[in-house]
Design a protein around this ligand. Structure first.
Ligand SMILES: Nc1ncnc2c1ncn2[C@@H]1O[C@H](COP(=O)(O)OP(=O)(O)OP(=O)(O)O)[C@@H](O)[C@H]1O
Ligand SMILES: [Mg+2]
Length: 265
């Protein structure tokens, strides 16, 4: 039997943050997610892996109701965050997305200054009482996005004028500025060079002290480096879910094994 790991990094001991049950997603006739049930833990990084088109982004978007914005999509089943059904009619999707932040594959800064990109969320949610407090929130978020040093002297310059990697880190800063509890990241490093990738991975590792982070990645190395839990998707099914170490060293399903060893993909 495997020894129980007891440490700060223990992945077996964290409470459940997101509980998904029997989730189905359709785009018109396409059945993109099939009967997925999973418990995603707090204070952990969960990696979603699997071949292109298997439904990683679709399932990720369910977790903060971004699929609501796609008219052809239909979500069935239940998803609870801290016990609350996020598809309940009482839930305001805008409030939900402040609590469950998202970073996309392609950096998408607003056509605003660097400062205003980060200040946007805190402003609409009334997180600062005055300019000094807002300045503080913006600086803290930019530091957490590992981009403060590069932009501190040009906070009023447009966010869209940054390099791709800088834009992505700005978007991460924007996402953490509202102090979300869950951060969803869809291939956040695919446009980044190795240095920026390392910075983002370090940031993800820091974020998990307080947050539940879910990251979609095509890089097995990245999944192995940053995550404690891994979910392998294939053709809309969640095939295998468990401790990252186990998934990579001792996969139970032959499809998982084929994928991680590079035979399907
Ligand atoms: N907006 C959409 N409209 C219709 N079908 C969609 C839409 N988005 C995704 N799909 C379909 O749903 C299925 C899952 O797609 P999804 O984008 O979730 O896969 P993925 O695992 O994220 O793939 P990739 O690794 O290429 O990003 C695919 O068959 C895809 O064609
Ligand atoms: Mg995707």
């Amino acid at each position: 039997m495997k020894d129980l790991k007891i440490s700060e990094n223990d992945v077996t001991q964290q409470p459940v943050k997101i509980a998904a049950r029997d989730v189905q997603v359709y785009y018109d006739q396409t059945h993109a997610i099939r009967d997925v049930s999973v418990d995603i833990q707090d204070r952990n990084v969960t990696a979603f892996i699997g071949p292109s088109g298997c439904g990683k982004s679709t399932f990720l978007r369910c977790l903060n109701r971004m699929n609501d914005t796609i008219p052809s999509s239909r979500v069935e089943g239940t998803i609870r965050i801290d016990g609350e059904d996020i598809y309940d009619r009482k839930v305001d999707p805008v409030q939900l997305r402040a609590k469950v932040g998202m970073v996309f594959q392609k950096p998408n800064p607003f056509p605003k200054s660097i400062y205003d990109n980060v200040a946007y969320g805190p402003r609409i949610h009334g997180l600062a009482r005055n300019k000094a407090e807002l300045d503080e929130i913006v600086e803290r978020a930019l530091r957490r996005g590992a981009i403060w040093e590069e932009v501190k002297d040009r906070l009023q310059a447009p966010g869209t004028g940054l390099s791709g990697g800088q834009q992505q880190r700005l978007c991460i800063a924007r996402a953490v500025a509202t102090e979300p509890e869950v951060l969803l990241m869809d291939e956040p490093c695919s446009a980044l060079d190795p240095i920026a990738t390392a910075q983002v991975e370090e940031l993800i590792d820091e974020l998990r002290r307080n947050y539940s982070v879910v990251i979609v990645t095509h890089s097995m190395q990245q999944a192995a480096r940053v995550s404690q839990k891994t979910a392998f998707f294939h053709l809309g099914n969640l095939v295998e879910y468990g401790d990252t170490d186990d998934i990579f060293t001792n996969p139970k399903d032959p499809r998982t094994e084929s994928y991680i060893t590079g035979r399907i993909g």
